[in-house]
Design a binder for this molecule. Structure first.
Ligand SMILES: [Zn+2]
Length: 416
């Protein structure tokens, strides 16, 4: 492609400050909270975005409704828009999520979380970063391409999903289950929903997540007569120490990940007895495991259970081990996959820096793509303010990310 064309696109995007502020104001005022977060769904935001997409005349536009009787009109909206390219495929996709997390303690906010505040380069408001920065940068990138009358070589798709913050059951998980045919393993799928302040981190792999609940049952008795009971707190304490051995047993190091090893951390401990002179008969604690994909989650579960059995037998207690959440990491996106290489080149062109493919501790929506055998890269340039009071994004980050999306949509550097 002629470099001057790309320069024109960049120039147009650089003039989008007012558009970005306006877009963010509209999105932020349309609260999109899932029922688990005390809301009724993403409908207002989806309706607004549907209109924005229609302006760009997509060749394909569909609202995929995930049934959810707790939500407005009994469903959660997911939007998919696609435009033809000069050639048939693969499609270059950008997927962002519409839902937000609640603002939390309002006294920690300097203003109304649903009314944006603009100071120089900074826009503050709930959702402006997570994930409206992704919505705005990908949308405006394609808007600039269209406004200049350019036709991309490949098809381009924009996806806005529901329910990312509470598990994606009514979001991407549902979209892939119902309309998995929209995506092809050769497609380039970008998820602007996590990254670092420099915009150099490309997330390609995740650890498996396993949250375990341990219920230790003994026999409660008076503090002065331990012989009459069985102290469950001893069982919990011994088991917590015994579980540290998981770190050695599953001690593989993989430098793709940060941190580079599996982690097994005791976290929540439920309250047991309310007074000091009672020996507890029941203790419940939890361990958050983030497991390198080289290991099978079942093997960790088995190991934890046998350690629990040992402690239980030794102390005459019973210990129940239950997984309360589990997401197996499979099919990490290869660090040299076309989706990663094209993005690295676009980042280099716009920012002049080298990006690094990395693995993280799990929990992004890209895991659903990977599970379905679809390579995906998670990336965006962002301050670390997601889910926090006074969440903010930087207009300059959105402009740069939009330029990078424009490079990708125009397939400026070729696929792969
Ligand atoms: Zn997010």
């Amino acid at each position: 492609m002629d470099m001057s064309i790309l320069e024109n696109v960049f120039q147009r995007i650089e003039g989008y400050r007012d558009e970005i502020i306006q877009f963010q104001a509209e999105l932020t005022s349309r609260t999109a909270l899932g029922p688990e977060n005390g809301g009724t769904g993403e409908h207002d935001k989806a309706k607004y975005l549907m209109e924005k997409l229609e302006v760009l005349n997509p060749d394909f536009l569909e609202e995929i409704r995930a049934p959810d009787e707790r939500a407005t009109d009994g469903y959660r909206p997911n939007l998919v828009a696609r435009w033809h390219g000069e050639e048939a495929g693969p499609t270059i996709w950008a997927l962002s999520h519409m839902d937000i997390v609640p603002p939390g303690d309002l006294t920690l906010w300097e203003g109304d979380p649903y009314k944006i505040k603009v100071e120089d380069d900074r826009i503050t408001g709930r959702g402006v970063l997570d994930d409206q920065a992704g919505i705005v940068s990908s949308y405006l990138a394609f808007e600039a391409v269209r406004a200049l009358g350019l036709k991309p070589k490949r098809p381009v798709g924009l996806v806005f999903v529901a329910d990312e913050e509470t598990g994606s059951k009514f979001g991407l998980d549902y979209v892939l289950e119902r309309r998995g045919d929209l995506f092809d393993p050769k497609d380039l799928i970008y998820v602007p929903d996590a990254g670092n302040a420099e915009g150099t981190m490309i997330e390609v792999a995740e650890k498996s997540m396993l949250w375990l609940k341990f219920t230790v049952t003994g026999k409660q008795c008076h503090g002065s007569t331990p012989g009459k009971g069985r102290n469950s707190l001893y069982g919990a304490a011994r088991l917590i120490v015994a579980l540290e051995k998981l770190k050695e047993e599953f001690g593989l190091v993989d430098m793709l990940f940060s941190p580079p090893m599996s982690t097994f951390e005791p976290t929540k401990m439920e309250a047991n007895v309310p007074n000091i002179n009672t020996i507890p008969g029941r203790d419940v604690f939890y361990v958050d495991c983030r497991i390198l994909p080289q290991y099978k989650v079942d093997d960790i579960l088995q190991d934890a259970k046998s350690r629990a059995d040992e402690v239980a037998a030794e102390l005459g207690l019973s210990i129940l081990v239950e997984p309360v959440y589990r997401q197996d990491a499979i099919n990490p996106t290869a660090a040299d996959a076309p989706v990663v290489r094209a993005l690295s080149r676009a980042i280099k062109c716009v920012k002049g820096v080298e990006a690094t493919p990395m693995g993280i501790g799990g929990g992004t929506v890209a895991a659903f793509f990977r599970k379905a055998g679809l390579p995906a890269a998670v990336w965006m340039t962002m301050p670390d303010t997601a889910h926090q009071p006074n969440e903010y994004c930087l207009i300059s980050n959105i402009i740069e990310d939009a330029k990078i999306f424009a490079c990708l949509f125009l397939d400026e550097y070729g696929i792969g």
